[in-house]
Design a protein around this ligand. Structure first.
Ligand code: MOS
Length: 769
């Protein structure tokens, strides 16, 4: 190789097809639901038809008479055998403290009341339907405005939470020359991953193996051990591929321990398959939110006052909240900020993480209000956001590790053709179609968590990367392979990556868009250890070309160790000097701002979601800007969204090909949430009424037009060594508001309650009756 020439190989930043793509498209990839050990029995859940009360009795006679029925678990024979486990906000692993078979109490609709196990799934289902459960029923509270729903201040019930505020928001609002005050709401939504919720459990000699698609295999391992009162060393969780998660598989649900117990009682593997409708109530969801926003500005558009109050529905016993004011108060420069978050306890299953849980609903409110402010000021909405750009966050005055929001707005606007927009609603009409262009800013905290990884270099030069992270569609295997390729100069086809198994070195929960940042950094560290060991051996060797060379100048490239002046030797030769066999490196990495002993917590499967790794002296966010065109039919109110542009500055983009897909997916989901999605609940019974994919509306291909993703180059040397900020949720956050803002521009109708549906537009001034 010529002096200094770098191979055109795989490295960080080169668009690369997924190394596991072939497995996925040929059906060879094995998901958590694809494992069925020999002699597996099948479980079916019986779920409650009442939302509040208790079970008085269960007549099991007809169910037990079904041929093939093996066992029926109810509160009578489970009780204390399964501990409820601590919830995420108590530093545990559970999404809910509601332990369904611990007692006869019913907390919500669709709560598990029995687990029926049989030789076949069909027999288990039939028997479950024949259980005669008698309830003592009480009137449930369904949510906001329901009698009996109880409102509490988030700051009062959570030690770690405080409502961000600074200055005198009320006084500044009263004195502001231009004001906007409005209320917004977002509905209940469910993840509906294509892969149904399943759990398969098998015991071998006191050791439990669980096959279940999971965003947190180490957390599940430790959580199940806690629930069953066994050692985590005796639990293994396997989840090589995940058929959609979006947060629904981040925390442990109560079903898994029940299936483990069923398998133990039968001394036989048991597999549970949860039906689509049961998935609405035995797992988590995004709860409905309400918002009250007050913005005050000077006549040239500078914010002088920002108030954001939020209300969120949660279940009766837990204090799950998302509290997106942490982000919404830190987006724009403003000297006077007030915020308050309240939870409303109702007789519901416990909500949980759902893609960008805090930011998505809270930013809908703020970015809608910013659009209203732009109209009040008669100012272009892109310009309004530029006027309020800042390099220090307003609450504590901390600098961002990097922030290129303005570049995102400018580049995105240009690509979209924003300068051709005429501001007056309805002014861009084409025939019967009212055209609207809307925009919004997006942001997402750049979260990094402690992680561990093992990298092994074989004598033949092959590389193995092992890390118990999770393939949730992010292409993490490819990202880790690119990192190793980048650092070790190894071609991709010589790299294997193992993820999704709690027997591997622990990695954080794949949530909060943290996997690529957390895991690529630790893999790079392990690779650097390997390079260091090889370089040291080469320098120490008396007979090699590198005797006496500074080891830090030696790099690995295309199967050789390369030094200054074009000197090089085959890696195999260096490897032989360094070790007789394979060279292995294990690394632990602890991000800046995290206590050094937090890797210990990782071995306990401790979650590291929002706020898990905050710097004291800086604030870390990725930014973006999103632009949407809608067309609203002037006669019917039908809304189409033919095109959207997103421009994002999210630090190092490890694999631009996968990153583009992921951001595109986030934007599509934003259109979906803005125009289609809502779980309806019957206020009288507190039961979901559209718990299937026929009536829970999501877009099909024909609903999505052109989606353009633009990366704004950004180097961030403060956020973490590789400068990765994460993108999993960033693409989703601004889209709800961008769509609603576009609808206002088209129609003059401001829809403040999502989703935007035609019935909310009919009667608008520009729509013809
Ligand atoms: Mo995501 S809601 O952090 O899985």
């Amino acid at each position: 190789m010529a002096d200094g020439a770098m191979p055109q190989g795989a490295r960080i930043g080169v668009a690369t097809p997924r190394i596991d793509g072939r497995l996925k498209v040929t059906g060879e990839a094995r998901y958590g639901s694809d494992f069925a050990p020999a002699n597996t029995a099948h479980a079916y859940l019986a779920t409650s038809r009442v939302s509040r009360g208790s079970i008085v009795g269960i007549d099991e006679r007809d169910a037990r008479a079904v041929p093939g029925v093996l066992d029926i678990l109810t509160w009578r024979n489970v009780g204390a055998a399964v501990k409820p486990g601590a919830t995420f906000d108590q530093k545990g692993y559970m999404g809910s403290s509601i332990a369904p078979l611990a007692s006869s109490r019913i907390w919500h609709d669709g709560q598990i009341v029995a687990v029926v196990v049989a030789d076949s799934w069909e027999a288990a289902r039939e028997a479950a339907g024949l259980l005669n459960v008698r309830y003592q029923e009480q009137q449930p509270s369904a949510g906001f405005d329901s009698p009996g729903a109880e409102t509490v201040d988030a700051a009062a019930v959570s030690k770690e939470y405080e409502d961000p505020s600074v200055g005198d928001a009320e006084g500044a609002f009263a004195a502001a020359p231009v004001k906007v005050e409005a209320r917004y709401s977002t509905p209940t939504q469910h993840h509906n991953p294509i892969e149904l919720f399943t759990s398969t459990c098998a015991w071998t000699g006191g050791k439990l193996t669980i096959w279940e698609s999971s965003q947190n295999v180490w957390g599940y391992k430790n959580g199940i051990a806690e629930q069953l009162g066994i050692s985590p060393d005796d639990v293994r969780v396997i989840s090589p591929f995940i058929g959609g998660a979006f947060g629904s598989r981040g925390s442990l649900t109560q079903r898994t321990a029940l299936i483990a117990l069923a398998a133990k009682r039968l001394n036989r593997p048991v597999r549970l398959e949860v039906t689509r409708d049961q998935g609405f109530t035995i797992a988590t969801y995004r709860a409905e939110t309400r918002h009250h926003i007050k913005l005050g500005a000077t006549r040239d558009g500078k914010l002088v006052s920002l108030t954001h109050e939020g209300w969120e529905v949660t279940c009766r016993p837990d204090n799950y909240k998302v509290a997106g004011t942490d982000a919404s108060t830190r987006l724009y420069a403003c000297p006077n900020v007030a915020s308050k978050v309240r939870m409303v306890h109702a007789d519901r299953n416990t909500p949980g993480f759902m893609r960008a849980p805090p930011e998505t609903p809270y930013m809908f409110a703020l970015e809608s209000a910013m659009d209203e402010l732009a109209y009040a000021l008669q100012m272009d909405p892109v310009r309004l956001r530029l006027v309020n750009d800042t390099q220090t966050e307003p609450i504590k005055g901390l600098p961002y590790t990097s922030r290129h929001m303005a570049e995102c707005l400018q580049t995105g606007a240009k690509a979209f053709g924003w300068s051709r927009r005429t501001p007056e609603p309805g002014s861009m009409r084409e025939g019967d179609w009212l055209i609207g262009w809307g925009c919004a800013t997006t942001l997402y905290p750049a979260q990094v968590a402690p992680a561990t990884a093992r990298v092994t270099l074989s004598p033949q030069g092959g590389v193995k990367v092992q890390c118990a992270t999770h393939e949730i569609g992010n292409g993490v295997r490819t990202a880790l392979a690119l990192t190793a390729a980048d650092r070790l100069g190894t071609p991709l086809e010589r790299i294997t990556v193992e993820v999704g198994d709690s027997d591997l070195p622990p990695a954080p929960v794949a949530g909060g868009s943290n996997s690529t940042a957390s895991c690529c950094n630790v893999v790079a560290e392990a690779c650097e250890q390997i390079r260091g060991k090889l370089a040291a051996a080469a320098v120490a060797a008396g007979d090699g070309p590198f005797a006496g060379t500074d080891p830090s100048t030696l790099k690995m490239s295309a199967g050789r160790l390369v030094g200054p002046g074009g000197k090089s030797e085959p890696l195999a030769k260096t490897l032989a000097r360094a070790a007789s066999g394979a060279l292995e490196a294990y690394a632990e990495s602890v991000p800046h701002g995290v206590p050094p002993d937090s890797v210990k917590g990782l071995y306990k499967g401790k979650p590291a979601l929002a706020g898990g790794a905050k710097m004291k002296d800086r604030i870390q966010f990725a930014f973006g800007a999103q632009f949407v065109e809608v067309r609203v039919h002037a006669l019917t109110g039908e809304v189409r969204a033919p095109r959207a542009v997103g421009a994002f500055a999210a630090g190092t983009i490890v694999n631009p090909m996968a990153a583009k897909s992921q951001l595109m997916g986030g934007m599509i989901w934003g259109i979906s949430a803005a125009l289609h999605e809502a779980t309806e609940i019957d206020p009288r019974t507190a039961r979901y009424t559209n718990d299937d994919l026929a009536e829970y509306l999501i877009p099909v291909n024909a609903d999505i037009g052109q989606i353009e993703v633009i990366f704004i180059p950004e180097q961030d040397d403060k956020v973490n060594p590789l400068g990765i900020k994460g993108i999993g949720e960033l693409g989703n956050v601004g889209m709800n508001a961008a769509v609603a803002n576009a609808v206002f521009h088209a129609t003059g109708v401001r829809v403040r309650d999502l989703p935007v549906r035609m019935e909310k537009l009919l009667g608008g001034r520009l729509l013809q009756a």
